[in-house]
Write a protein that binds this ligand. Structure first.
Ligand code: NAD
Length: 493
């Protein structure tokens, strides 16, 4: 609690700064977005080094998943800012003759962003871009499990952004709990469902709106594909979608694969070939696959394989280097469904393959479990694609690829059910940190007598007509040239 008075003072100052209206200016928002872009571009090497230090992430992966995506988002935000900020015209019912209306986005105020360690820059700055573009003041709490990245975020933001409005608080659960005791206008959380519950409980006190970006088990359904090109491409995309995204420590990484029994051995053999082609005979030496974040997560993953039946199901890989926190890409076929590896989110480079008799059964398999953040289905079968969309529920469905949806600014990124709620990326991030205010401008020129008491049946009929006709119909009824064809509640009076 030692940090409480200083924290409260800082937050009070930030609120006052917000009240001054400074952060609402388009020019302020633009300058902060440009500051963030300069930070990422000028400190690109530092970012890559920090990601290497904390997670053993290869520079290319660091650019693909964090630096590159952030620069892309910032460019979009800078290009679209004026449009996003502008009010959008809205239609009104006929009764509001000579009235105009618009929806005006306004910032929420003081917002808290709590992020995770696996994409420390992306998961911190993607929401921050939305918060700043929307004109808020913001506190970012990155994860203590990626300390080099968190410290670079703190120093970068202190140097490149307006610190009256944007601050980084470093620390773990205790510091986060202290932050959660404060009054916020929005909390945006990325992490586990366990901590998501803590966040929601804290938000209840001030009725603070929250966005929860959680995780879960994301399945990949692999249909029997006939062309060798399609199969090869599928296998490459699965391998990169699993082992090539922070070694499977990604919320949208493929958690397990569903495939027809008769197709499984072909899939496994091809996976072995492509793992070797991509990562060589010794994947650890290739320095292309990230390491496990810390000893705790290493032991957690190791213990998933401890179960005898699970161990027996390993058909490839399985070697582990505890000292260097490295786990080889590992494939399992049909581990017991009740084992932890199939009931908990794996979040690491272990890939169970589960066989089904007919690929259509995968729909039921998925529906018997919590709603995933992402579903991937490798199939050219249009009927199966349609069924996947309409009969399952998930944050997203991607056909014939994995992870791609994360990079799309035009798509909302977020979960449903147990995988979270709320969404961001592109304009969705701006909207997540905005209130959509309804603005109505009424003229004094027209006024309808029938909206005022004393009430009569005739006035009720005219109100009905106003709600159910366009202007011409309304005029004809008023002039007595048309009789209302539909009698509504006035019939009952
Ligand atoms: P986590 O929930 O342990 O930590 C997230 C944040 O909460 C961190 O900043 C941490 O400091 C803080 N925290 C941890 N314990 C806390 C406590 N007791 N009280 C208050 N704050 C606490 O999650 P993680 O290990 O960082 O990330 C892994 C989980 O996050 C996985 O389930 C993964 O799927 C999910 N995730 C989701 C997304 C997404 O975009 N949907 C992205 C990355 C990770």
């Amino acid at each position: 609690m030692a940090m409480m008075p200083a924290l409260e003072r800082d937050l009070n100052n930030m609120s006052e700064y917000y009240e001054s209206g400074k952060t609402k200016d388009a020019s302020w928002r633009e300058s902060q977005l440009k500051g963030l872009r300069s930070f990422i571009m000028e400190k690109q090497d530092h970012i890559m080094n920090a990601l290497m230090q904390d997670l053993g992430k290869h520079q290319l992966e660091a650019f693909r998943d964090e630096i590159g995506t952030l620069i892309k988002t910032l460019n979009l935000a800078l290009k679209s800012l004026k449009d996003w900020m502008s009010g959008k015209k809205a239609k009104l019912p006929q009764i509001a003759l000579l009235t105009s209306a618009e929806i005006v986005p306004e910032p929420l105020g003081l917002v808290l962003i709590i992020s995770s360690w696996n994409f420390p820059f992306g998961l911190s700055l993607e929401p921050l871009i939305g918060a700043v573009a929307a004109g808020n003041v913001a506190v970012l709490k990155p994860s203590e499990l990626s300390p080099a990245c968190s410290s670079l975020l703190a120093s970068g933001i202190a140097t490149y952004l307006d610190n009256n409005a944007i601050k980084v608080v470093q620390g773990g659960p205790e510091e986060t709990q202290q932050l959660l005791q404060q009054r916020w206008d929005k909390i945006f959380f990325t992490g586990s469902a366990r901590v998501g519950r803590i966040v929601m409980s804290a938000a209840v006190k001030h009725l603070t709106p929250v966005t929860l970006e959680l995780g879960g088990k994301c399945p990949a359904v692999v249909d029997s594909l006939s062309s060798s090109w399609d199969i090869g491409t599928t296998v490459k995309r699965i391998i990169v979608g699993k082992f090539g995204t922070c070694a499977g420590q990604a919320c949208i990484s493929i958690d397990y694969v569903l495939v027809e029994k008769g197709y499984c051995s072909k899939l496994v053999e091809l996976m072995k070939v492509w793992i070797k082609k991509m990562y060589g005979d010794n994947p650890q030496r290739s320095k292309t696959i990230a390491r496990i974040v810390n000893k705790h997560h290493f032991s957690r993953l190791k213990s998933l394989l401890d179960d005898k039946m699970v161990k027996q199901s390993v058909v490839y890989g399985g070697s582990m280097d505890e000292e260097n926190l490295f786990i080889e890409p590992t494939i399992l076929v049909n581990p017991p469904l009740e084992a932890a590896i199939m009931s908990e989110e794996i979040f690491g480079p272990l890939l169970p393959i589960i066989t089904v008799e007919k690929i259509e059964e995968s729909i039921k398999f998925i529906n018997c479990r919590p709603k995933p953040l992402a579903i991937y289905a490798f199939t050219k079968n249009q009927t199966l694609q349609r069924r996947m969309i309409s009969e399952t529920s998930s944050g997203s469905v991607t056909f014939n690829d994995a992870i791609l949806q994360y990079a799309a600014d035009s798509l909302p990124f977020g979960g449903v059910g147990e995988s979270g709620f709320g969404m961001y990326h592109g304009k969705f991030s701006f909207d997540t940190f905005s209130h959509q205010k309804a603005v109505v401008r009424r003229s004094f020129l027209t006024d309808f007598w029938y909206r005022y008491p004393p009430w009569t049946l005739n006035k009720l009929q005219l109100l009905e007509v106003s709600y159910n006709y366009d202007y011409l119909g309304l005029l004809l009824v008023l002039l007595g040239l048309k009789r209302p064809s539909k009698r509504l509640i006035s019939d009952h009076i």
